[in-house]
Design a protein around this ligand. Structure first.
Ligand code: NAP
Ligand code: 12T
Length: 351
């Protein structure tokens, strides 16, 4: 157990962004035992302030020297910053929880959802990766089904909120809606096409196989987190004009048969999951209700009548909370609880 009297300095890297601000609010909400919190961002926002607890933190510029005396850094300033600065943080003896795509598939870095693979944290080397938002909420729902009946294949379609892309995308949807109600031409800058009153079957960039990076993150990260290469995942990721909360239609094939009632019972007993599933009452998860909540919500649980041993689920969660900030803070809490805030090989990621 962490000694409550000892110093624990935490840096939030990307503190002015959509994820960084949410991290600050989750640290506050969960009474994270930091003795000092430092806000870091680019030179553009150095000197500005971000709200924290009853006051505010003055933002400092992120540099290689930002991590002297820092015990824990939560990075959400884009993959390029994670590649460049996380190795320097580790070299300074600071443990990094990284929200970007930079380190997720690196064999030296555990990829952790605390409810799914907490044991992976124990052998960390200084950088712990937070999975992609769409992967986190899906594996949270898959884990109890896998433990009970061994998942062999997953077919998922996502309906992802604009907040996943950051503050500029939140502003873009807001602005386009206003422009259209004022008979003006909507301007698309963040996304390749208009997002207002539209759906875009592209999240992140395309790969040579025709899938997007976001789709392949779901395929690859699921196997790493669940620790089972026998789980085959195919994904279609779609951006929808929703501000907060990702939704997913998930088709799951298992080795052993699970009835819808079995799945409902398993999911109902799982910490971090809330089952909202009562068609008669028109009860099912929706992003407008998941926004601002910590849980992963599951509903529309039914047997796939076209195929043996298959279930359909609808999974919704707040992409900035369980999909990013909350999961990262839960990892940080486990590091403190299990006394894992130390770096054994500070030079590992340098050069
Ligand atoms: P955002 O709202 O655009 O915020 C970006 C943040 O990064 C801002 O604080 C920005 O600071 C900072 N930043 C940008 N360039 C920088 C630089 N050169 N040096 C230092 N700081 C810099 O984006 P967001 O939605 O919060 O996402 C941030 C990152 O988190 C993403 O790029 C992604 O890697 C990750 N993310 C992960 C998940 C997930 O699935 N777990 C979900 C969403 C995002 P300024 O204000 O100074 O520009
Ligand atoms: N492109 O963390 O645009 O890899 O919604 C998360 C969200 C990448 C990531 C998005 C993205 C990530 C998005």
């Amino acid at each position: 157990m962490h000694n409550q009297n000892s110093k624990l300095t935490v840096a939030v890297v990307g503190a002015t962004g959509a994820v960084g601000r949410t991290i600050l609010s989750v640290l506050e909400d969960r009474d994270f035992p930091a003795t000092e919190v430092i806000a870091l961002a680019s030179s553009r926002s150095a000197g500005s302030s971000v709200p924290f607890k009853d006051g505010e933190l003055t933002v400092r510029e992120l540099t290689k020297d930002s991590f002297a005396g820092v015990d824990l850094a939560l990075f959400s300033a884009g993959g390029d910053r994670s590649v460049e600065f996380a190795p320097h943080a580790v070299a300074a003896g600071c443990v990094v929880v990284d929200n970007s795509n930079a380190w997720r598939m690196d064999e030296r870095c555990p990829l952790v959802v605390p409810e799914v693979n907490p044991e992976a944290l124990k052998s960390h080397n200084g950088i712990i990766a937070n999975p992609n938002c769409s992967t986190i909420q899906m594996v949270a729902a898959l884990k109890p089904l896998h433990d009970a009946a061994k998942i062999t294949r997953v077919v998922v379609s996502t309906y992802q909120a604009v907040s996943g892309t950051g503050q500029k995308a939140i502003d873009e949807l807001d602005k386009q809606v206003r422009q259209m109600f004022n008979m003006q031409d909507p301007v698309a800058e963040v996304y390749p096409h208009r997002i207002a009153f539209n759906c875009l079957p592209q999240i992140d960039s395309f790969l040579p196989n025709g899938y997007t990076k976001e789709e392949m993150k779901m395929t690859n990260e699921t196997v790493k987190i669940m620790g089972d290469p026998a789980i085959k995942v195919t994904a279609t990721c779609v951006r929808v004009p929703v501000f907060y909360g990702h939704s997913e239609a998930v088709n799951v094939q298992t080795q052993k048969k699970l009835s819808a009632a079995d799945a409902r019972a398993l999911l109902s007993q799982t910490p971090g999951i809330q089952v909202y599933d009562n068609p008669e009452m028109k009860l099912y998860p929706m992003p407008i209700e998941a926004a601002g909540e910590y849980e992963v919500f599951v509903g529309r649980i039914r047997e796939d009548e076209s195929q043996e041993n298959c279930l359909n689920l609808w999974v919704v969660s707040d992409n900035l909370l369980k999909g990013a900030a909350l999961n990262a803070v839960q990892i940080a809490e486990m590091l403190v609880e299990k006394d894992l805030l130390r770096v054994n090989n500070p030079k590992l990621f340098l050069g």
